[in-house]
Each structure stands twice: as C-alpha cells, then as structure tokens.
Design a protein around this ligand. Sequence first.
Ligand code: XMP
Length: 514
Amino acid sequence: MQNPECVVILDFGGQYTQLIARRVRECGVFSVVLPYTTNIDEIQSHKPKGIILSGGPSCVLDEGAPLCDAGIFSLGIPVLGICYGMQLTSLLLGGGVAACSLREYGRCAVNMDVTDHGLLKGLSAESNCWMSHTYQVEKLPDGFSVIAHTHNCPVAGMADDARRIYGVQFHPEVTHTAEGRKVLQNFLMDICGFAGDWNMEAYAEIAVAKIREQVKDGTVLLGLSGGVDSAVAAALLYRAIGSRLTCVYVDHGFMRDGESDQVVDIFTKTFPVELVHVDASAQFFTDLAGVTEPEHKRKIIGRDFVDVFKREAKKLGTRDHFAQGTIYPDVIESGDVKGSAVIKSHHNVGGLPRELGFQSLVEPLRMLFKDEVRKLGVTLGLPESLVYRQPFPGPGLAIRVIGELTPEKVAIVRGSDKVLREEIAAAGLDRSISQFFTVLTGAKSVGVMGDERTYAYAVAIRAVTTDDFMTADVAQLPYELLGRIATRIVGEVKGVNRVLYDVTTKPPASIEWE
Ligand code: XMP
C-alpha cells in the first residue's frame, strides 16, 4: 500500500516530538517521525511534501550535538525548524547561535513581525507562546529575515520565503502557545500545500498495512484487559489478520458489573476472533486472602496475572507474535521514548514475549494519545460504550476495597459502582466528570433499617474532574443526585448502611483510595 502524502518530522530527542505529530494529525496531515540520523535517501523515499525539525535537549554548539543531513535544505521541500530545529537550521545554513543573555522559559509574549503572509499569516501582532531555551539564533543565515521577536530574543522566528525554509524559537505544538495551531496550519496547508483530508480511517489503513508487513502470514496473541487500549488494538489486528489473531482475556474477578460480558460479547460477535476467557478469580482471591497492605495486593495481582497469562499462552501452543495496546503516554511514563518494548505496569508481562518465544512485539497504538485511540476505536466499529469508558485501574475493584478482599466485599463495590454509574448517566453527567466510582471503606457503623439495628459498611463516592489525572478537582455533584444515589445504594446493596462523599482534591489525596 502506498503511504499518503506526508510530512517528515525529524526527531532530535525533544519531549514534544510526538505532540508535533499529533498536532499535524489534527490538521488532517499524515506524518512520519524519523530519527535525526536518517539519511537523505531514506527521507526522500517517503516523498515528503514538508519536513519539520523537532526541538531537543542538546545545544547545537556542543561537540557531538545531533545534526541532520544539511542536504534536506536543498531538496526544494519546505522545512520548519522548531526550537533546537531552528537553531540547527541557522547553524547548518551559515548563521550563528549563541547563549541567551536571559533564558526564556514558559509563557512569553512574542511579537509577530510579519503576519500578512507565510508562516505567521493571520496571527495577532503579539501572541502568547511557550518558550524553553538557553541558546538562540544570533546571526541569520543568508536569505533569511526576522519574522518574530521577543523582548529578550531578537530572532524568535525567521523565514527564507524564496527557499521556503522557516524557524520558530517557540513551540507551536503545545497548547500554551495560543495560536500555535495557526502556525502549523500555515506551514502545512499554505506553504507545503497539503489538502488536510487525512483522517483516522486513513490511519487505520496504514496501521493495518504495517501490521501485515510485520506479521506476514504469522499468528498473533494479544492480552485483552477489558480496557479501551487493548480492545482497540485487538480490533485493528482483527482488521489486519482476521482469524490469525487470538485474544486471551484474564478475568481477575475485579471487573465492574457487566464489563466482562461486554468484552466477551464484542469479541465473539462483532470481531469474531478466537477469544480465550479465563475466569481466574478463584486463584486471585485465594492468593489475596489475609492481605491488607495496598502495595502487597497490587504485587500479588500483577504476579498472578502474569502466571495465568503464561499458563494460557502455553496451553494454546505456538503463536508467532505478541501484541499489546501500549499507547504513547505509557511510553512517556516509562521513560522509554526511544524504542524498546514497554509493558503497562499493572499487566506487567515484561519479558514475556521473549520468555514465551515470540518473534516480535506488535504495538500498533504506540504513537497515539488516548483521545486518538478512542477515535480510532469508533472508526473500527467498537461501541461508544466501550470506547468512552472512564479510566479503570489494572487491578480493578480490588484496590477500591480497603483492607482484606473477599468476594462479598467486591460485590459491595461492584453493586454500589453500578448504582453510581446509572445515576450519573441518567443525570447526563457521565462525559463531563473525568472519573467516578465508589469505595468500600473499612469502616463499619451502627444504623437502623426498618425496625432493625444494623452494623454495616460505609461506602464512599469519589468523583473528580481532571485533564491529566496528575491533579484533580472534586466534581460537585448536585445535592439531590447525591441523595438519590445514597438512598439507592443503601437500599439495593447488601451490607451497606451509610454513604459518604469524598470532597478532597488531588493533591493531597490521590484519586483512588486503596
Ligand atoms: P491516583 O490514585 O494515583 O490515580 O491519583 C491516577 C489515575 O490512575 C489510575 N490508576 C491506574 N491505572 N493501572 C492503571 O492503568 C493502575 O494500576 C492504576 N492505579 C491507578 C486511577 O484510576 C486514576 O485514573
């Protein structure tokens, strides 16, 4: 399959490189991220209509600083250098770079000097941008002129319109740069001439072609977790290789109400792959008996998960490749932005591909962000009820039971979670609250039900709003809704006589209780 027209992004190790790729995708343009060492022939083999040079942590003046082939500037293809990429452009074309007298870091007002055409067309004369630099362009290369500056940085943007080579010191790809999207759009649409009609369906086609190339006529084993990422990876693999995909779904017994059935249903009806559904709850409960310390619980769950998965994989016999739904934030969080396999910590199957003799690891979502994975899932035909699920921890409801785990206690969390989910959905709030769930606190207290004295558990409601789950605000559920939820939980869930509402932000609390 022929790749669509693309922009090549040369990666100089910047933390925002994949964010550039993402923003480019948002403009409806396909991109290929290549290491800065890629030689000119290979770059040309992608037939790019534009090249973007990313930022990076190095200083262009250092010995051994990452350099690209200067030949890219003579291909007649538009080039945009961002931060390090702009300084490198300057250096390779005969300009000069020097240390800033005053470093700029964070939000910064940038004066846009040329806004009637080219890269900065349509931008405000002064625009808030994100800057992070210790060095700056001091002398322009021949043919260039300044198109933006700041109070401290005389060249915050430069252009050679004749050769269509541009540079910006600020980061147009981050949301803190208010008009960053316009800059990328100007480059991609006006300067490079992209149509901007690339979309998730096209992404799926390319991903399918890549999987076929990697797997050839081999077979693939994938671990379904019940979450969004592995489900989307499975749907993509199914499109690529059909019945040569086998999925193993290890059910640890800590899923929410109806979730296991939904997974099995989708993957036997909509995507009729071979699905091995292992009900391993007995093993998990046995191994967790008497354990109260949260980290200890997590370790046992992780270890059992790997054990069960290995056992099932061995039973199934040979499969050639191993697949998983690693997404880009997992890659970043693991500190592994450069290549080798990354395994989600809760499904800690690290080393498993090698141990079980798989030829390779297939990770088709490795470069996508969560919301893009969701869009892809919908494109592939997965139901929105699965694709738009809120985040759910790998160890599941187990970490929402404080103290020792028993099937009865898990049933209390599952039952109260079901009520909460139903009521929040009925109130139309399920998409606006980032995460909501119930927790079985360890506290028991006296109550009265009918004429009977009760001595039962207190359940807590947790509902938060957050963008990144690193910090979170309390979602302010309406009081009547809280009352309805409390009445239903106490009435419908055996073993509960009190409902609490957690009004703590993160920090100081975490989102989960554990
Ligand atoms: P905390 O409790 O640390 O949670 O504030 C932040 C977010 O991470 C989720 N979480 C997990 N996700 N595996 C996951 O995939 C896990 O083991 C895990 N533990 C917590 C949590 O639900 C929240 O969204």
